[in-house]
Design a protein around this ligand. Structure first.
Ligand code: NDP
Length: 590
């Protein structure tokens, strides 16, 4: 058992946090990653559909076109349906509904927020998750169930990507062309492209030099590995496997890979904090006993519990609630208040570091697996098999001391001059979150006067609530940039979906032809975002880079591409208040 940090002081931890952060800061920030385009295009091939799909192009006028068939797009469609609006298409690149749960089928994948709060619309569908944390295959199945239940399939255009979306001033509609030669026009264009849908490759030179098999975790090749999301990957028994990245995805995949890989090398840049999970089957009697209205109450209560609101009752009993109960990033109050919060944060993280010592046998490996940053800096992971994997003789941690893999050679990744020979290299390198919207969407909407979004947003996002943008009438975006953010992403998506469906109905009922915010309202919203960000600025500055802080980048653009850092509940209140307020800050034509 490692014991070198047993008696570490808060002061020493503070110093260590700064050293570890410094090692990881890089000038290229979010630009360090590779997109799945050009030389990396093959990484994007969808392994879950049969090749050769064709269909006739569609030329049609709709009230709404939605981009994205994940939870955000589906909930938008369901909210529109509830408001009597059924005249919409959902355009989706994948071969089915599900979004992130369509793409992420890697072994061990499951939701990290309790299923009874994470999965939307459980009361409407009557669906009972079989476990406290549902597997990805159950969630993907649930997405298909939702689509059937709410009759969304007739509205879906799968395996279809948007080529262009152009605002047509003359008819006051969006003209949308697709990779299937569709030509759609729509009064409202809703981009629900997903929070974690654009996979990225690590910025490591030489990726394409590797001679073995490679893929990203969101495009798992079970033909190569054998097995499935639920069966062991038998074909790995004679193979040397490497996985780059140790975020939430890797934490779930490593234990499964460790079961069958001959050798497994885990390439680490920054360790994750890994708390206790305690998954288990759902008690059907308990589930049956839940009273109407339970789901909304549970979702709200969970968000309260993890944002420092501290409600009287904790409806969800898990690691998230224990760890995030105190909001320790808040820098308001007296110096004593701040000191108390810093100590609480330190103690929580120290417990997580101690947990590594308790579980991992080799002290050197244990030390390398310890996270040296505050609890709000990166998404905390929860798993009961990840850390024990490192006690297996076939599992090797290759710690890069914050620098990342140097390069990739023909036989494998190089760290400290050593080339690790592999047959399979898996990239658990995450997704783009705060890069430019047009880059994440895969197309560049052209608004009034043919001005592209990349042009108007050359210095970062300009929005009201993260949803509407001046010069892009009737375009509503669901995404976290300049919008809400929280532990339970689906809570955020659900509230955003309600808001955009309300906008469509309100405009239709009030004979509003176009709606967009004024630039002044956008700047006022940005001011409010900055006010919130200032409350935690002192804390954020101590954080190691990651997608929470645009990789620590401090450019003017990164400063605009921030999220609403206050509570998600407060963000939701902003939307509700605005809906009561006669379109304040919006420019409307009739
Ligand atoms: P992350 O962005 O969290 O992790 C990417 C990993 O790749 C990090 O460990 C990163 O290191 C590493 N990396 C990047 N570049 C290099 C490099 N050059 N050399 C070595 N390592 C490198 O992505 P994930 O897919 O793990 O998770 C993303 C998010 O998806 C999660 O935070 C969570 O919100 C969501 N998710 C949710 C799940 C759920 O259960 N609901 C399950 C899985 C994911 P570094 O930290 O240093 O940048």
């Amino acid at each position: 058992m490692g014991d070198s940090n047993d008696n570490i002081s808060l002061e020493a931890a503070r110093e260590r946090y700064a050293i570890e952060r410094e090692k990881r800061l890089r000038d290229d920030g979010v630009e360090q990653y590779h997109e799945f385009t050009g030389a990396y295009e093959d990484f994007d091939i969808d392994p879950y559909v049969e090749p050769g799909f064709t269909r006739d192009p569609i030329v049609e006028d709709k009230t709404v076109v939605i981009v994205g068939g994940g939870f955000a797009g589906m909930m938008t469609a369901i909210n529109l349906t509830r408001r009597g609006i059924r005249d919409f298409y959902i355009v989706e690149k994948a071969g089915d509904f599900g979004g992130t749960w369509y793409w992420n089928r890697y072994p061990g994948c499951m939701c990290d927020v309790e299923s009874y709060t994470y999965l939307p619309m459980l009361e409407e569908t009557g669906f009972m998750p079989t476990e406290k944390y549902s597997s990805a295959s159950e969630i993907f199945g649930y997405c298909q169930h939702m689509a059937r239940h709410f009759d969304l399939y007739p509205h879906a255009l799968f395996q279809t990507e948007i080529d262009e979306a152009v605002w047509d001033e003359d008819v006051e509609r969006w003209t949308i062309t697709t990779s299937r030669d569709d030509r759609l026009s729509a009064k409202f264009f809703i981009t629900a492209g997903g929070l974690l849908h654009k996979a990225k490759l690590p910025g490591i030179p030489g990726i394409n030099d590797f001679a073995g098999r490679m893929f990203h975790t969101s495009r798992w090749d079970y033909d190569f590995t054998g097995g499935s999301a639920t069966e062991p990957m038998e074909k790995l028994r004679d193979l040397r496997v490497g996985i780059v990245g140790t975020g939430a995805t890797s934490v779930q995949a490593v234990p499964q890979l460790a079961k069958t890989a001959k050798e497994l090398y885990v390439f680490q840049r920054t360790p994750s904090a890994v708390g206790f999970r305690g998954n288990g089957p759902t008690d059907p009697e308990w589930f049956e006993s839940l009273e109407p209205g339970w789901h909304d109450a549970r979702v709200k209560n969970f968000t309260q519990c993890v944002t420092g609101v501290k409600p009287d009752e904790r409806l969800v009993d898990d690691g998230w609630v224990d760890i995030m109960w105190d909001n320790t990033q808040d820098q308001q109050g007296t110096p004593e208040d701040r000191a108390a919060r810093e100590r609480l944060d330190f103690e929580t993280m120290q417990q997580l570091r101690d947990r590594v010592d308790e579980i991992v046998d080799d002290p050197e490996t244990a030390d390398k697996l310890k996270p040296w940053y505050g609890k709000h800096c990166k998404r905390v992971c929860f798993h009961d098999e990840y850390l024990p994997s490192f006690n297996q003789p076939n599992v090797h941690l290759v710690d890069t001391d914050g620098r990342g893999v140097e390069r990739i050679g023909a036989t494998g990744p190089v760290v400290d001059g050593v080339e690790y020979e592999l047959d399979l290299l898996i990239f658990a390198s995450g997704f783009e979150v705060t890069t430019d919207l047009d880059r994440r969407l895969g197309f560049n909407p052209k608004g009034r006067g043919g001005v592209a979004m990349s042009e108007r947003w050359h210095d970062g996002a300009h929005t009201l609530h993260g949803i509407m943008s001046a010069e892009f009438p009737n375009l509503f975006n669901i995404g976290i940039v300049q919008a809400g953010f929280g532990t339970n992403f689906v809570h955020f998506l659900g509230k955003s979906a309600e808001h955009v469906a309300w906008l469509v109905e309100a405009c239709s009922e009030q004979k509003i032809a176009t709606i967009e915010p004024t630039p002044e309202a956008e700047e006022a919203w940005l001011g409010l975002l900055y006010e919130e960000a200032m409350k935690i600025a002192g804390y954020s500055l101590t954080c190691t880079p990651g997608y929470y802080n645009s990789e620590g980048q401090r450019t003017a653009k990164a400063a605009r591409n921030l999220v609403y850092t206050g509570s998600l509940l407060d963000y939701n209140e902003h939307l509700v208040d605005w809906r009561d307020g006669e379109f304040a800050g919006a420019k409307i034509t009739r």
